[in-house]
Design a binder for this molecule. Sequence first.
Ligand SMILES: NC(=O)c1ccc[n+]([C@@H]2O[C@H](COP(=O)([O-])OP(=O)(O)OC[C@H]3O[C@@H](n4cnc5c(N)ncnc54)[C@H](OP(=O)(O)O)[C@@H]3O)[C@@H](O)[C@H]2O)c1
Length: 275
Amino acid sequence: MDNHNLNISFIGGGNMAQAIIGGLVRAGHNPQRLSMSDPDPAQRDNVHAIHSDIQVTDNNAAMLDAADLIVLAVKPQIMATVIGALPATAARDSCVFLSIAAGITLDSLQAWLNPAQAIVRAMPNQPALVGAGISVLTAMPTTTEEQKGWAQYVAAAMGEVAWIDDEALLDAVTAVSGSGPAYFYLFMEILAACGREMGLPAELATRLARQTGFGAGRIADESELELKALRSRVTSKGGTTAAALDILEQSEFRAIVERALRAARDRSVELGKNN
Ligand SMILES: NC(=O)c1ccc[n+]([C@@H]2O[C@H](COP(=O)([O-])OP(=O)(O)OC[C@H]3O[C@@H](n4cnc5c(N)ncnc54)[C@H](OP(=O)(O)O)[C@@H]3O)[C@@H](O)[C@H]2O)c1
C-alpha cells in the first residue's frame, strides 16, 4: 500500500499530534485517511484547521475503525486509563500502535493492550514541533517489517528517525536528545545574559544568542566535518574563541555536562520503573 493512503488515527490531538498531522499533510498524505480524537474542542478545531478533510471526534473508540496505525499522543500519566477504556475489537488487534509518550515502556503498553499487539515506541524531542526533531524508535517483536515501515513514515513527519533494538538505551537517548533542547536553550540564555552584562542592548543580545544557536546547529547538520573540526575552524590559536574555550576546559565544563547527562539518564530509568 502507498504510505500516503494509510489510515492513520491519533488518540490525543495536542501539540505533538498536530505537528505530526501537519508534517504528514505537507508530505502529501491523503487527509481523508487521517483522524484524531481529543476531548478538547479547541484541539479538534486546530486539527480541522490543518485540513478540513481530517475527521475529528471526542470518541477514542472511533479511532480503531479501519486504522492501519494508531498514534498514542496523550500525556504519559493518563496513557493506562486511555488504553484501558478502548474496546477490545478485531480492528484493534490488526493495527500497529505507535506511542510517543515519554517513559512508557513497550512492556507496559503490551500489558495494557494485548500480548500479541504490534507496538512501536518512539522517543521524539521538542523540535518535532517544527519538523526538525529526531525520534528514536523501538518495536515489539510482534511488529512486522511493513508496520515498522509505517511507523518510520509517521515519525519522519517530525524530522529524522533512528531505530534501536535495545529499548533500555532509550534512557540514554532521553538524556541526549529528549532533554537536549533544554541544554541548548540554557546555553543561549547564558550567552544572552553575558551579552547584556557586557553592555549590549537586551534585544540584540538575545538575537545574537538565538541566531548563533540556530546557525551553529544548521552548519553542524549540513557539514560533513566532525563537530570537533567545525569547532577548530572558529578557534584560531591565541584568539578570542581559544581564550573562552580554555576557561571552559579549565572549569571542567565537559565533566559537568557528563554529570548532568548521567543524572538525566538515571532519572529516566527511575521514571520508567514507575510505568
Ligand atoms: N511536546 C514535546 O516536546 C514532547 C517530546 C517528546 C515526547 N512527547 C510526548 O508526546 C505526548 C503528547 O505531548 P503533547 O506535548 O502533544 O501534549 P498535549 O499538547 O497536552 O496533548 C495531549 C492531548 O491529549 C488530550 N487528551 C487528554 N485526555 C484525553 C483522552 N482521554 N483521550 C484523548 N485525548 C486526550 C489533551 O486534551 P486536554 O488538553 O483537554 O487535556 C491534549 O490535547 C506526551 O505523551 C509526551 O510525553 C512530547
